[in-house]
Design a protein around this ligand. Structure first.
Ligand code: ADP
Length: 310
């Protein structure tokens, strides 16, 4: 059985439905990707690597992971910390605004839980995924250990996958981000950047400029996402441009990129070509943006994927 590990943070989501009603769910980039991968490729063992607390919301979150058939061996319960949380509100013009409480979240401690024995277990995996958000969440003092772990996994033959997913507010300054991203690109076998993510950091504003920028790294597989405009891939020096069919009824683009990543990686682990993996991933992202929220109802998602069968 193929397996993939997603390291990062899942948060408690509170969505304002009306003046007096909040809808509570769970979301976070790596978790979203894990869910969409597992829903599309049930035969791939899909693990979330994170730290929660011992509170009731953490227990519910863990139950949610299990109900999505995710492997939870690497989900740890911190003694005193609790999960991060965010509140999301949409105004009358459809503009979303967020408030976050995550600076002291349990997930910041994830590296502390990864004992040498567990790292040994991770190094039996096929893929290990982390994002720019995962990097920002890991405590500064744990970064050195994190990079040692990633290097150990790479040396053991695990494919390292990185999505820069840049969120300026999570970083002290762009120098800090660039230093961490440099380490990530240096070790990545696969990267899935969005053009927008890299624009502010490296002054690259097109797919070509992103590919050009990444040229200096030895990344086997580059997948550049550019909204509805296109996806461009580079593998073995072959550049391919893939056409995306724009969705007319876009309701909420939250987690489009996450769904894309999960399904793309699941497809690649299942032996699909890059071309077919992109088509399937784009179909998944297209289905997700036609529904509100990061995680869309399972039946709606699976119906869309069944229609896309490649
Ligand atoms: P992110 O969510 O990381 O910012 P993008 O906006 O590039 O990433 O979207 C990720 C993927 O979602 C795209 O590669 C594309 O497949 C799909 N997508 C995004 N917007 C649209 C759209 N309007 N119509 C169809 N597909 C879309």
């Amino acid at each position: 059985m193929k397996n993939i590990y997603f390291l990062g943070e899942c948060m408690v989501e509170l969505r304002a439905m009306s003046e007096a009603t909040l809808h509570q769910s769970f979301a976070g980039d790596v978790y979203n990707s894990a869910v969409y991968l597992k829903r599309s490729f049930a035969q791939i063992s899909t693990s979330v690597v994170t730290a929660l607390g011992q509170d009731n919301l953490s227990k519910k979150m863990l139950e949610r992971f299990k109900s999505e058939q995710l492997d939870t061996q690497f989900v740890f319960a911190h003694d005193t910390k609790v999960p991060g949380m965010y509140y999301i509100e949409t105004d009358e013009h459809g503009e979303r605004s967020f408030i976050y409480w995550r600076s002291d979240a349990a997930a910041k401690k994830i590296v502390d839980f990864l004992t040498p024995d567990l790292v040994e277990q991770l190094s039996q995996g096929d893929m290990f995924f982390f994002s720019g958000i995962s990097l920002a969440v890991i405590e500064e003092g744990a970064r050195e250990r994190f990079w040692q772990i990633v290097t150990q996994l790479k040396n053991a033959g695990v494919k390292i996958v990185f999505d820069p997913n840049y969120r300026a507010r999570l970083w002290k300054n762009t120098e800090e981000t660039k230093a961490q991203y440099h380490l990530a690109f240096s070790v990545a076998d696969i990267t899935l950047p969005g053009v927008e993510d890299l624009a502010t950091l490296y002054n690259v504003h097109s797919v070509d400029a992103v590919i050009e920028y990444l040229q200096k790294y030895k990344i086997e597989e580059i997948v550049v996402k550019n909204g509805p405009a296109s996806v461009v891939t580079k593998h073995d020096n072959t550049l391919q441009s893939h056409t995306i069919i724009p969705v007319k009824n876009v309701v909420d683009t939250t987690s489009a990129g996450d769904a894309f990543n999960g399904v793309y990686l699941g497809a690649r682990l299942s032996g699909l070509t890059i071309e077919n993996a992109v088509q399937l991933a784009a179909k998944a992202a297209g289905a997700v943006i036609q529904q509100p929220g990061a995680i869309v109802p399972k039946d709606i998602f699976q119906l869309a994927m069944a229609e896309a069968a490649i």
